[in-house]
Design a protein around this ligand. Structure first.
Ligand code: FAD
Length: 308
C-alpha cells in the first residue's frame, strides 16, 4: 500500500458503456480525471452479450463484442484508455471518498461509479463447480453444446423464457423452473406455452442442489412442497442480475435489491459520489441509458468543479 495521492478531479470506475461515456465527456469538458477498469478490455457486459444489438442508434451490431470493439476503436481515435486496476473498497466515513484500487489509496473531488452488474446465482451446492460445464448462464453461447438433449432453465423473466425458446430451437426438451409466477413479456409467455418441447413446472419449484453425473447433472427440487429429483444434461440459470458493489458502499442509499439510488444527474446519497449505468436503480438497463447517464454525471461533475 502506498501513500494517498490527493485527487483534484474526478475518478471514474468501470469501462462499460456508462463509464466510457463519462470518460469521453469529462475529456471534452477538460476536467482532469483518472479512469480505472478491472479487466484489460473496454465494453463491460457487452463482451458477454451474444445476441444482436439492434436498438442502439448508429449501427446494427452482430453481438455485444462487435459493439465493444466499436467502442474500443472510438477510444483509440480519441487517445483515451482506462488504467487496469480493480476498485477493492471505498471509504465514505468522512470527508472526501477514499478509494482502494489494487491496494493503493486514492481520493478524488468526485467519483463516478460505473461497475455494472453480474448474473444472480442460485447459491446452491454444485452450482459454482458446474459453471461452464453442466451449468450455464447463456443459451446464446452454450445451446449448441446441449443440442437435442434434455435441459432445465431456471427463472421466470424475459431472459429465462428467451433462453428456453433458444434451447428448444436447438432440439432440446426444456423444463422451465421458477419459484414464483412468471414476469416475462406476453409474447414470450405465449411462445413458450405453444412450444411442444417446453414444459413449465408447477410454481413454486425451487432448485436446492445440483449433483454432477456422467451425462450432466441431477437437480434436487422442491416442487410445490414435494421433494423431487430431475436428471438433465444441463441447467441454465437466468434469475436476474445483482449490482456489483464493493466494501464500503453500504452507506450509499439503494433500493431493495441493492441498486444505487441516484438523482437525474447520477448523484448518490453521498455528495461527492455519482453512479451511472446498470449499477443504478433504473427501469431500463441498456447501452443507451448507460451512455446517457454517463454523460449527465460528467456534466454535473464539470459544473460542480467549475469547469463549466
Ligand atoms: C444477455 C444480455 C443482452 C443484452 N442486450 C442488450 C441490447 O440488445 N441492447 C442494449 O442496449 N443493452 C443490452 N444489454 C444491457 C447492456 O449490456 C448493459 O445495459 C450495459 O452494458 C451497461 O453498461 P454499464 O457500463 O453500466 O455496465 P457494464 O457494461 O457491466 O460495465 C461495468 C464495467 O465495470 C467494470 N468493473 C466492475 N467492478 C469493478 C471494480 N471493482 N473495479 C474496476 N472495474 C470494475 C467491469 O469490468 C465492466 O467493464 C444486454 C445485457 C445482457 C446481459
Amino acid at each position: 500500500m502506498t501513500g494517498r495521492p490527493q485527487g483534484l478531479g474526478v475518478t471514474v470506475i468501470g469501462a462499460g458503456p456508462a463509464g466510457l461515456s463519462a470518460a469521453l465527456w469529462l475529456h471534452d469538458f477538460d476536467v482532469p480525471f483518472s479512469w480505472f477498469e478491472a479487466t484489460s478490455a473496454v465494453g463491460g457486459t457487452l463482451r458477454r452479450v451474444h445476441n444482436r444489438i439492434k436498438n442502439y442508434p448508429g449501427g446494427l451490431y452482430r453481438n455485444g463484442m462487435d459493439l465493444a470493439q466499436a467502442l474500443e476503436r472510438h477510444l483509440q481515435d480519441r487517445s483515451l484508455s482506462p488504467t487496469e486496476a480493480t476498485l477493492e473498497s471505498i471509504d465514505l466515513s468522512g470527508g472526501p471518498p477514499i478509494l482502494t484500487l489494487d491496494g493503493e489509496l486514492f481520493t478524488a473531488s468526485r467519483v463516478i461509479l460505473a461497475l455494472g452488474t453480474r448474473y444472480r446465482t442460485l447459491d446452491v451446492p454444485g452450482e459454482a463447480e458446474g459453471l461452464g460445464k453442466w451449468v450455464s448462464q447463456s443459451a446464446m453461447a452454450d445451446a449448441p453444446r446441449f443440442a437435442g438433449r434434455g435441459v432445465a432453465v431456471v427463472g421466470g423473466g424475459d431472459a429465462a423464457y428467451e433462453n428456453a425458446l433458444r434451447l428448444a430451437r436447438q432440439g432440446c426438451s426444456v423444463k422451465l423452473l421458477m419459484r414464483s409466477e412468471p414476469r416475462a413479456r406476453v409474447s414470450f409467455l405465449r411462445a413458450v406455452e405453444e412450444h411442444p418441447a417446453i414444459e413449465v413446472a408447477p410454481v413454486p419449484t425451487v432448485v436446492n442442489e445440483i449433483e454432477p453425473t456422467v451425462r450432466g447433472c441431477v437437480l434436487s427440487l422442491d416442487r410445490a412442497g414435494e421433494p423431487q429429483r430431475m436428471e438433465v444434461a444441463g441447467l441454465f440459470v437466468r434469475i436476474g442480475v445483482d449490482p456489483l458493489v464493493v466494501d464500503g458502499m453500504r452507506p450509499l442509499r439503494s433500493d431493495r435489491e441493492g441498486f444505487l439510488l441516484v438523482d437525474d444527474d447520477g448523484r448518490t446519497s453521498h455528495r461527492q459520489v455519482f453512479a451511472v449505468g446498470d449499477i443504478t436503480s433504473r427501469p431500463l438497463r441498456s447501452v443507451a441509458t448507460a451512455v446517457g447517464q454517463g454523460a449527465l454525471a460528467a456534466q454535473a461533475c464539470a459544473r460542480e468543479l467549475n469547469f463549466l
